[in-house]
Design a protein around this ligand. Structure first.
Ligand code: AMP
Length: 117
């Protein structure tokens, strides 16, 4: 597993930093965001370090699919799938990325504005 010592989400994935885990698989982990922006705000991350969606390539197709299906499974498990939810991944500082380890935000439980800010 490719992990980076000073990466916050690598440290959560390896258990060095605690998180409120919702679900996990061999290649991914889902946990509650520490600063929720909606009644449901979960982050889905790969266990291996990937800087952002921009670092995905042809070898990452299965991993990318697992992250999306994990997000859909977590939404179902939390009972928000029928009501509706939003998946977001920020790439780069201008888009608001603050943790440079790929993560998908699962946001639900309130109306979502469009376009996003
Ligand atoms: P982004 O700004 O898209 O990179 O998202 C990073 C997210 O990580 C933010 O929503 C933060 O609130 C969240 N976050 C930062 N530190 C932690 C932590 N220790 N546990 C859970 N979520 C965190």
């Amino acid at each position: 597993m490719n992990q980076v010592a000073d990466c916050l989400f690598c440290r959560i994935a390896s258990g060095q930093i605690p998180a409120e885990i919702v679900a996990e698989g061999d290649e991914w982990l889902a946990f509650h965001d520490v600063s929720p922006q909606a009644p449901v705000h979960v982050l889905i991350i790969p266990r291996s370090h990937v800087e952002s969606v921009a670092a995905l390539d042809g070898d990452s197709v299965v991993l990318a699919g697992r992250l999306l299906t994990a997000a859909a499974d977590v939404a179902r498990a939390l009972g928000v799938s029928d009501d509706g939810y939003r998946l977001v991944t920020n790439r780069g500082a201008r888009a608001g990325q603050s943790v440079f380890h790929l993560h998908v935000h699962l946001l639900a439980g309130r109306d979502m504005a469009w376009p996003p800010g």
